[in-house]
Design a protein around this ligand. Structure first.
Ligand SMILES: Nc1nc2c(ncn2[C@@H]2O[C@H](COP(=O)(O)OP(=O)(O)O)[C@@H](O)[C@H]2O)c(=O)[nH]1
Ligand SMILES: [Mg+2]
Length: 511
């Protein structure tokens, strides 16, 4: 029997190179194979592997590739059921499995979806994937295709898609928290709200454009258009002014959202922390201490470190891209000079910098010992620069109160004295600087793409408020661009129909 799949017309039968086609079935081109499948867990030996199948023929896949003598021929949706996985051509049992059938649109992709929970072993996996390849309407999924279907089906917007990808890539607790907030739709809700506020402004403005010409002649009369009555033109005028006020509020709201010190983007990609200071202070020793291995060469010879070394660490749950730099000093050595130049750039580009000083070199000996900053480091200090006062094992004098400030940690990397306090303190600094605002109500901007579109939206909204009332129709165009910019963050587009629909539903006073 020739089994046809929903709505498919076979124009040209192309035999898929990897699929042996079931008897009496016609081969389809890749574009015609609407049902996709893939292994959704890492390949290799493990207790369980999950193979996911999504598309219009997922139910047929369930019927042909899974079997159980006593149970019926229809799955109970969203319920795990124990079934054998079989070869659709020979009926040979390939594995014992738990299967779940998700009836679309209540599935991740919004299509009918089947999950086969099988044993994870090389031979089992290839037998099951080969079995799926035998079905003429199935093809292997492209990278990210299940998520793409979820986006096309309207289940996820682009910020959620990005959040989901960031969640999978997250390596630290902070990254996980930022990503899950995006995947859950916190950013989506925020941008949808902003966009609908802009569209509401547009509704007022469009109304004003439609009736503007009648203002002088009609006075306070109620206007009739297309059989419906509307507010007076005077009311419309004040509505247009209201739209302006609203636009200014939206600008303020987007600006405060943009003014976040790029925390979201920094957390996603890693906080750049540069270690710097004079030569021989213990910078490379600190780098190795944090890396918990001999990553950099340390020696009593000043000028040992030349290049910038970087590594990625998890400090207190935060992703940190740590760099060790050449000691800052005047030098005639050509290579060291390049190293000092690179150190300067690394400090400039860093999100946070940590100045390492050798206590015996920087302590003034008179009375209560005070730290004197060497001239070479002074030009590189920022308000948030942190200080590690190293080699405390080499001093006998007590540090003055002045030196025991939150940003200063006296330690000995040789004896480990004070290092735990330093680690705790550093984690606390990261927490205060980067964790505020990671919650469900205020999403962080996690991608430069979002920032670009938000900045565009502000620009168009500013154009809008700058127009005079006589230019209201051009001004409306700026509002449309602003809405489109916000919509682009979510991957939506603003249709004209949507705007018109909004006009009549909110402006109509014929109630
Ligand atoms: N006494 C003492 N020596 C240290 C300490 N930390 C590092 N050193 C030594 O100081 C020298 C310079 O260290 P290094 O990490 O290469 O300094 P860098 O030039 O700033 O990278 C090496 O000989 C280290 O063994 C410490 O806490 N106490
Ligand atoms: Mg060094």
């Amino acid at each position: 029997m020739l089994q046809l799949w929903r709505g498919s017309t076979i124009q040209k039968a192309v035999k898929h190179p990897h699929a042996s086609i079931l008897n009496s079935e016609v081969a389809l081109s890749d574009a015609q194979r609407k049902t996709i499948y893939a292994l959704s867990t890492p390949p290799g030996k493990a207790g369980i592997a999950v193979v996911r199948v999504s598309g219009p023929d997922a139910l047929d896949v369930w019927r042909r590739v899974t079997r159980k003598s006593k149970s019926g021929n229809t799955p109970t949706p969203w319920m795990m059921q124990r079934r054998h996985v079989v070869d659709p051509e020979t009926g040979e049992k390939l594995d014992d499995s738990l299967t779940v059938f998700f009836k679309g649109p209540k599935s991740f992709t919004t299509e009918d979806t089947l999950e086969l929970h099988i044993h994870s072993g090389r031979a089992v996996l290839s037998a099951v994937l080969r079995a799926l390849a035998k079905l003429p309407y199935c093809r292997p999924a492209a990278p990210g295709e299940f998520t793409r279907l979820a986006f096309e089906g309207g289940r996820l917007d682009l910020t959620q898609v990005e959040g989901l990808r960031d969640l999978i890539d997250a390596e630290t607790e902070a990254q996980r928290r930022v990503a899950i907030s995006g995947a859950e739709g916190t950013a989506r809700a925020r941008y949808e709200a902003l966009r609908s506020q802009i569209l509401e402004c547009l509704v007022f403005v469009e109304g004003y454009i439609d009736f503007g010409e009648d203002v002088d002649e009609l006075g306070q009369e109620v206007m009739i258009k297309e059989g419906r009555s509307f507010t007076s033109p005077i009311a419309l005028l004040s509505e247009a002014a209201l739209a302006r006020d609203r636009a200014m509020n939206i600008i303020d709201s987007i600006r405060s959202h943009l003014d976040d010190n790029r925390r979201g983007e920094i957390l996603r990609s890693g906080i750049k922390l540069a270690i710097f200071g004079p030569p021989n202070a213990g910078k490379s020793s600190l780098f190795n201490f944090l890396a918990q291995r001999d990553a950099a060469i340390t020696s009593p010879i000043p000028g040992t470190t030349r290049d910038v070394l970087t590594l990625t660490l998890d400090i207190g749950g935060f992703p940190v891209v740590l760099s060790d730099t050449a000691g800052l000093r005047e030098t005639v050595d050509t290579v060291e000079k390049i190293g000092v130049g690179r150190a300067g750039n690394a400090i400039k580009e860093a999100d946070l910098s940590l100045c390492v000083l050798s206590l015996p070199d920087v302590l003034s000996s008179s009375g209560n010992a005070r730290v004197r900053l060497p001239d070479e480091v002074k030009g590189h200090l920022k308000p948030n620069t942190l200080f590690l006062l190293n080699k405390s094992d080499m001093i006998t004098s007590l540090l003055s109160e002045h030196n025991i400030r939150p940003q200063f940690w006296p330690v000995s990397l040789r004896t480990s004295k004070g290092t735990q306090l330093f680690l705790d303190g550093l984690a606390e600094v990261l927490r205060t600087r980067y964790t505020d605002g990671i919650d469900c109500t205020s999403p962080l901007i996690t991608h430069a793409r979002h920032r670009d579109f938000l900045e565009q939206a502000v620009m168009h909204l500013e154009e809008f408020v700058a127009f005079s009332p006589s230019e209201i129709d051009i001004a409306a165009e700026s509002l449309r661009y602003a809405a489109r910019a916000i919509g682009s963050v979510s991957g939506l587009d603003v249709g004209v129909e949507e705007v018109l629909g909004g006009i009549f539903s909110s402006f109509c006073v014929g109630k």
